[in-house]
Design a protein around this ligand. Sequence first.
Ligand SMILES: Cc1cc2nc3c(=O)[nH]c(=O)nc-3n(C[C@H](O)[C@H](O)[C@H](O)COP(=O)(O)O)c2cc1C
Length: 338
Amino acid sequence: MIKPNTPIQIGAHTLKNRITFAPTVKFDFTDDSGKANQRLVDHYVERAKGGCGLICVEATAVTPGGRFCKTHMGLWSDEQIEGHKQITAGCHAYDSVTIIQLNHTGYTTHPDCGPAIGPSTMLRQGFQGEYTTQGMSIDEIHAMQQCYVDAAVRAWKAGYDGVQFHCCHGYLINQFMSPSANQREDEYGGSVENRARFCSEMIREVRRICGPHFLISVRTSGFEPDLQDAIGMAEEYVKAGCEYLQVSSGITSLAALPPYSDGRVSDIQSLGAYFKEHFKGRVPVSCVGGLTEPGQIEYLLEKEYVDTVDVARAILADPEFANAVLEHKEYTKCCTGT
Ligand SMILES: Cc1cc2nc3c(=O)[nH]c(=O)nc-3n(C[C@H](O)[C@H](O)[C@H](O)COP(=O)(O)O)c2cc1C
């Protein structure tokens, strides 16, 4: 029976257990330099020490023009590699596989950082009212893909075991995946294959440069605009070389999702379970969302609904949460709901 402490092979790497620290941005931990500083190093090393089988370092900007805010961490320049070397060395000392999530905020870029670019020109509603986005030309798309690939190569040089493409939560890659955000009529819009192309081309290029040992993962929307298309795009990512699917939510609301069989699995968790059913062991699949109780984590793994569980707030609340689940110890409870 699969338990939280059962190791798992993902690509060329073995995770010592099934609990992964989900990417979570730390606003204001760094400054406009985007460098990983000692505070960020300590934050991640503390959670590796806390027992996580895999640490996914937060959404990291591939260009200064694609940030949430001016204190968003980055990997857009070689000068930023050094701080990341300390994160990877510190986490590896505790035997946590360590990857980093690569991101561009697209339409939701902070106006102080850059224009709201993305797949199409359209009117959108933001926190500051209505605004018009800038659709990218083919040349701009290729230049943007190069930014992601260059950041992945810097991650490789910094000692990361791999990268994760941020394909969920409404940011740039997710905008390409969503028919409501992507109205293109060329090879980057329309069909499932075309909406996945922006990311699948980057996966191929990173695999070509960084080789077979480098773990390539996507954190993808499980519902874009429905389960079938979301799985179709994940198939494209797997075909391109993705070895690990972490499933979360995206632009389309989950309201239309069919409930999962036994009623003990929340909507967002069930996306991972539906993906696992589809992929049948070809690639490991995780779920996320409200995993604050050891019992629920054990249940999802024992039932083999997912291969790994991705935990954010419970590990923010207590860096020792993974050890607490693995060793049945007391922990500080995350007080936010599911
Ligand atoms: C403070 C904070 C920052 C987050 N930053 C990211 C991020 O950088 N990338 C990402 O994919 N999700 C991010 N998320 C979403 C989490 O990874 C996770 O999907 C969500 O919190 C649900 O999991 P949980 O119930 O275990 O917290 C963030 C969530 C929080 C609370």
